[in-house]
Design a protein around this ligand. Structure first.
Ligand SMILES: C[S@@+](CC[C@H](N)C(=O)[O-])C[C@H]1O[C@@H](n2cnc3c(N)ncnc32)[C@H](O)[C@@H]1O
Length: 471
């Protein structure tokens, strides 16, 4: 197809520069920059939008630069790598502003907190897939842009160096041991994904091999990895025979089942002096350096005191709850992954914190928790997954009569939707939202918003006494 001209007007949430095409439909330009008049190549004309890629501009945007990765366009994991740091900040501010505008929600976008270690080496979690290429070569790498074909990323410069080393060893041994990709249709092959997590504090690495069956070759792979990577703390196995793209599956009780291939079941991380334990299948923040900044701001804006009760919803391995720790009279985290709750409890004991943790889905746990918190006006923090708060959770939080609510979100659209919902129940924005550059080179950004609860009775009650005393 011949080249076309387009001046994209804005960033879309996928990190493509978007404009309007001749049919009035959006044109999504990979490698484009809003405001830059350029020539584009149409790749695919769909029913609701057209996919294109940037070809050139006579007057390149002041924000344009050469992407620092030869896999940039194939991998697609860093869609803003062709944009300067200043341009990336503006892109994220624009994406957040559009998300709030879509809900007709006035917002003040305040500080933008940069990634402390810069834009390279920040990623402490990497997920890899495995497949045969069209030419029959085995590939271990990232799921590529568009077609999701696997792209080897041995030099991925956003990954922590120790993860690059581990990825190189993994790719070598998967090939040498002839560990073939799992085919869910035929039940042949073995391996379907690999999840690597590194600690910024200790440099240790935890690897989870996700496979459709358990074979001896996986144990051999684990042994070779230990020989190559001194920092390797453990290698774990997770069985996933389900169709679809989800990496982890859960049993009927919601447990992510793992079994050891070698080593320990967790690594340790320390943020702002607080110790965490992270195991296979646990969520933990991608960019620990920036997570320290985020957690500091959460605690500062929450301003807990000894008479306060703090409820941390979607607490993972204790991220926010353990930072609040003994600054509040009572702290409880709620999380649905059992392993994460166990590690949060253990970390609480090791930190000598008073935070306790409750296993369960937020929507199920909140009504009972509300009874324990009756006559108090708790401080509430939420940090849900990308989809935001599930139906009923906004109302359940409102029923706690929180005096203040802090919402940490990795999805501005879900955040704006949920904040609009809170406002219909009498909550009011409390100061600007702050942006945290958790994922440089991507359109993703972590957003912190604060809300005041509706004015009401002061509560007057004391925080509840702790129910669970750990041994
Ligand atoms: C974005 S993470 C936040 C973790 C934590 N705040 C941190 O900073 O490490 C979201 C967490 O919510 C958990 N989760 C997702 N849906 C849930 C639900 N309905 N009820 C309880 N926990 C849930 C996930 O397992 C994950 O640990």
């Amino acid at each position: 197809m011949p080249d076309h001209r387009l001046t994209p007007t804005h960033w879309n949430p996928r990190g493509e520069a978007e404009g309007v095409g001749p049919r009035g439909l959006p044109v999504r330009v990979w490698g484009g920059i809003p405001g830059e008049d350029g020539s584009i190549k149409i790749l695919h004309v769909g029913e609701s939008s057209t996919a294109a890629k940037w070809r050139g501009a006579s007057e390149p945007s002041a924000w344009r630069r050469e992407p620092a990765c030869d896999k940039w366009s194939l991998c697609g994991g860093c869609p803003l790598m062709h944009v300067t740091a200043g341009g990336q900040e503006q892109a994220r501010r624009d994406i957040v502003a559009r998300a709030f505008a879509a809900e007709s929600l006035p917002v003040e976008i305040g500080a933008f907190h940069a990634s402390p270690g810069g834009e390279s080496n920040y990623r402490h979690v990497v997920k890899l897939g495995i497949e045969f290429s069209d030419a029959g070569r085995l590939r271990v790498g990232a799921w590529g842009r568009g077609d999701r074909h696997i792209v080897p990323i041995p030099h991925c410069n956003v990954a922590a160096p120790v993860l690059r080393k581990t990825i190189a060893s993994l790719a070598h041994w998967v090939l040498t041991l002839e560990i073939w990709p799992w085919n869910p249709d035929t039940g042949q092959g073995t391996l379907r994904a690999i999840v690597l997590r590194a600690s910024k504090t200790t440099g240790e690495v935890l690897v989870t091999l996700v496979a459709g069956k358990h074979t001896k070759a996986l144990s051999e792979l684990a042994e070779h990895l230990h020989d190559d990577v001194a920092e390797l703390a453990g290698v774990w196995f997770h069985l996933n025979e389900e169709p679809g793209n989800a990496i982890f599956t859960r049993d009927g009780e919601g447990v992510i089942g793992v079994s050891p291939l070698s080593g320990r079941d967790h690594i340790e991380e320390r943020l702002n002096g607080v110790l965490y334990r992270i195991g296979p299948g646990d969520f933990f923040q991608t960019n620990p350096g920036l997570a320290e900044v985020l957690f500091r701001r959460v605690v500062e804006r929450l301003a807990p005191g000894p008479d306060d009760a703090v409820v941390d919803l979607y607490s993972g391995v204790g991220g926010i709850a353990l930072q609040v720790g003994s600054k509040a009279g009572f702290v409880v985290g709620v999380e649905e992954v059992e392993g994460a709750v166990n590690r949060a409890k253990e970390a609480s004991r090791l930190n000598k914190s008073n935070a306790e943790f409750q296993l369960g889905r937020v929507a199920d746990v909140l009504p009972e928790l509300g009874k324990r918190l009756a006559r108090t006006r708790p401080l509430v923090t939420v940090n849900p997954a990308r989809r935001g708060l599930e139906p009923g959770v906004v109302e359940a939080i409102a029923a706690l009569s929180p005096s203040r609510l802090l919402y940490v979100s990795c999805n501005p659209r879900a955040l704006a939707r949920d904040l609009a919902h809170f406002q219909t129940l009498g909550f009011r924005m409390d100061g600007p939202v702050e942006l945290f550059d958790m994922f440089p080179h991507t359109p993703h950004v972590e957003v912190l918003a604060a809300l005041q609860g509706p004015a009401g009775e002061s509560g007057g009650g004391r925080p509840p006494r702790r129910k669970v005393i750990r041994g």
